[in-house]
Design a protein around this ligand. Structure first.
Ligand code: IMP
Length: 401
């Protein structure tokens, strides 16, 4: 049975959660392999809006267990808050439905303080992600299992001293205060600790469908994104094996892209539209950050950037989301190359309301022309197009998995 990968092909917020939710119907496990609560998956389930940050979106499907791999960073307080949020939305989640690797690194109050003090230059989400990964690499990281076992004080003291030396002006909690805030959450999470690597290995032996759920997008990858305006983890196919602790043959590699482009935070965005069309997309597409509430920068598809994303994750399929948001525009520019004077665009005709379309034939010719051009330019087939926020508002074009 296939192992599926779903990754963002742009700068995050492509609508991966929605796609994962759809694919997880057939999967035994949905697995996060990188990132933390900087991600934000917004899903509309039975009319209720559910926002997930670290819990895999696939875990909303009753038959799918959500796993958080060692490549992720976990803020225990935020994770408990997510469990509470799910319960409040009438979706209770028990340890038999979600597992977290004890090897996952803990986002501590010191990381959050440092990120809030230093992240503005990049425009980070302020969730402590970068400082947590930096401590991991610097070998003073704290693993969730160590926090649960109570062996955390020395490591927290080292982290605190590091932040205090960097930023003496910051008012940091004491180690005791940090422990007092973290430990109740860690105790609550203790039943969720799981041998993620072993579970994946066993599920692969049983020939089950495994869904590897990417966070953020290609342009935000630590190594391949627009460094330094990136997140601190690996967002593409390359992140999977390290993030879950074993070799995984990814049979279908699905890249999700919006029919336009958005970016939050700073950094290059050559196809950004500062005019009325950008405002239109922001308003109609409700382009506001799910994690931070920041308005997203909006613009046009960037084919050269997408080609890089296809190559890097070896994408076998594309999913184009939010095509309906483009309805009502007179024309739709698509960047086909970058030159010394900026992107060169090819312009496509606009189209009207498509939210009721459920088949290719029901799409207007102008929308078909745009999709056909994307597919041909990226030499990768489109498997699914979404045309509205509800679960069923989509047009399947190629079977997945
Ligand atoms: P950090 O991940 O909070 O360190 O933020 C680094 C950069 O990644 C900033 O530009 C953020 O806006 C961006 N970023 C992080 N997570 C997401 C996401 O889930 N969607 C979109 N952008 C994100």
């Amino acid at each position: 049975m296939p192992n599926l990968l779903v990754v963002g092909a742009q700068w995050g917020d492509e609508g991966k959660g929605r796609v994962v939710d759809h694919l997880a119907r057939d999967a035994s496990h949905a697995i996060r392999f990188g990132g933390g609560a900087n991600a934000g998956h917004t899903l509309v389930v039975d009319g209720r809006r559910v926002v997930l940050h670290l819990i895999p979106a696939g875990a909303l499907q009753p038959g799918c267990r959500g796993l958080i791999g060692q490549g992720c960073v976990a803020d225990p307080l935020a994770l408990c808050g997510e469990l509470d949020g799910l319960a409040a939305a009438g979706i209770p989640h028990q340890p038999d439905r979600i597992g977290v690797s004890p090897l996952t690194f803990v986002v501590t109050p010191f990381h959050r303080a440092l990120d809030r003090a230093t992240g503005a230059a990049i425009g980070t989400t302020g969730r402590g992600i970068g400082p947590c990964y930096a401590d991991k690499v610097a070998r003073r990281g704290l693993r969730l299992g160590e926090l649960v076992d109570g062996a955390a004080a020395d490591i927290l003291a080292t982290q605190r001293a590091h932040v205090a030396a960097l930023r003496p002006e910051l008012e940091l909690p004491s180690v005791e205060e940090a422990l007092a805030s973290l430990q109740p959450a860690a105790q609550r999470l203790a039943p969720y600790l799981a041998d993620v690597t072993g579970e994946i290995e066993a599920a692969m032996r049983r020939d089950e469908v495994l869904l590897f759920e990417g966070a953020q997008g290609a342009g935000l990858d630590l190594d391949f994104g627009s460094y330094p305006f990136v997140t601190s983890s690996h967002t593409g196919a390359g992140g999977v094996c390290n993030g879950v602790g074993l070799w995984v043959d990814l049979h279908r590699r699905v890249g999700v892209l919006k029919a336009y482009a958005t970016r939050v935070g700073h950094g290059p965005f050559p196809t950004e539209d500062h005019g009325a069309a950008g405002d239109h997309i922001r308003a109609v597409g409700r382009e506001v950050g799910a994690t931070t509430g920041r308005p997203r920068r909006c613009g046009w598809l960037d084919l050269p950037a997408l080609k890089a994303a296809v190559r890097w994750s070896g994408l076998t399929d594309l999913v184009v989301t939010k095509l309906d948001v483009l309805a009502g525009l007179d024309e739709i520019p698509v960047a086909v190359e970058h030159g010394p004077n900026g992107p060169r665009y090819q312009h496509f005709a606009g189209f009207g309301d498509i939210t009721g379309a459920r088949t290719w034939a029901e799409l207007p010719a102008a929308a078909q022309a745009l999709l056909t051009f994307i597919e041909a330019s990226l030499s990768t087939p489109i498997a699914l197009v979404t045309v509205g926020a509800e679960r069923g508002a989509q047009i399947p074009l190629r079977p997945l998995p």
